[in-house]
Design a protein around this ligand. Structure first.
Ligand code: OXD
Length: 306
């Protein structure tokens, strides 16, 4: 069996030997133009040329959670595309989102600013029951985040394309329930896959439906948010603050107004990192299952876009 690896971000000189060690009987190599045909492709943001030259793999593994970059390419038809199925990302997303929500709920930015100014000041305690947190996207990661938020006793609501049911989470689905969902979100958390339907979904209309003094946390894709609408909602005072981990262009361009906005907290697409060992163990387990003719979790539906 031959496995080819390519990543635009990760270090092939570390991943290839690690994949090789996990599947010693396979021949694992870093993809380069002209590489011999492989049975399995393990990729992150590959160039189109890779698929043009590899028309017949048995499966394509995406070493990340989001497959939007992959689905923009012309992929070999009928070949299963399989994304990481948590692989250690769920707990990272949960901790990142909980820290952002708690930071906003407890007004820790303002408290820290007070302390830096030498002011020993208290803020009014907010009513937790009135601080609804809404999670958009209830896949593996979204559900994990919703469960983590419940541990802090926030009223948690969720919104997804198709109806979902999660114990203790008030679930909404489809475009027709988006406004009702938004109306109860003091914090709107985006964990949606990026598709033609979800691009620009956090726009002026949706932001206007959030309660006054609300917050946005985006850990999905920059293209979910209309940047100008978010800035306007902050500057008009309707939004209190935002935490953004993802951007339309990454790295965020040096002249982008997000950098200097006093009520935007930025991180460099780091909310949930791909964990090499967990990911490789999962990919190898799935290759073994596919070789036995079994189905595996995380198979992407290209028509749906995730
Ligand atoms: C992603 C990832 O899809 O980092 O954003 O895995």
């Amino acid at each position: 069996m031959r496995i080819l690896y390519f990543s635009a971000d990760q270090d092939a000189s570390v991943w290839v030997p690690a994949l090789q060690a996990a599947w010693p009987h396979a021949a694992v190599a870093a993809w380069e133009p002209g590489a011999a045909p492989a049975d399995y492709l393990v990729v992150w943001k590959p160039p189109q040329q890779l698929f043009d030259e590899q028309p017949n793999p048995r499966a394509i593994f995406n070493t990340g959670a989001g497959v939007d970059a992959l689905l923009r390419l012309r992929l070999p038809s009928g070949v299963p595309v399989i994304r990481l199925d948590d692989a250690g990302m769920g707990v990272q997303m949960a901790e990142y989102v909980c820290q952002a929500v708690i930071r906003h709920y407890r007004e820790l930015d303002a408290t820290e600013a007070d302390m830096r100014q030498g002011r020993w000041a208290y803020r009014a305690v907010r009513e937790r029951a009135a601080f609804g947190v809404g999670v958009m996207g209830l896949g593996v990661l979204g559900e994990r985040v919703a469960r983590a938020l419940q541990a802090f006793e926030f009223p948690v609501r969720g919104w997804s394309r198709t109806p979902k049911s999660i114990a203790g989470v008030q679930c909404f689905a489809g475009a027709e329930q988006l406004a009702a969902f938004a109306a109860g979100c003091r914090v709107l958390v985006c964990l949606l896959p990026l598709t033609a339907q979800t691009e620009n979904i956090i726009n002026a209309d949706l932001l206007a439906q959030l309660p006054a003094d609300s917050y946005v946390v985006n850990v999905a894709r920059g293209a979910h948010v209309v940047d100008a609408d978010l800035l306007a909602a902050l500057d008009q005072g309707h939004l209190a603050a935002a935490t953004l981990d993802v951007f339309r262009t990454e790295p965020l361009p040096a002249d982008h107004p997000f950098w200097s906005h006093p009520r935007i907290t930025l991180t460099p697409h780091t909310s949930a990192r791909t964990l090499r060992d967990e990911s490789i163990a999962q990919i190898v387990r799935k290759i073994a299952a596919l070789e036995r003719g079994e189905t595996v979790a995380g198979r992407v539906n290209a028509g749906r876009g995730y």
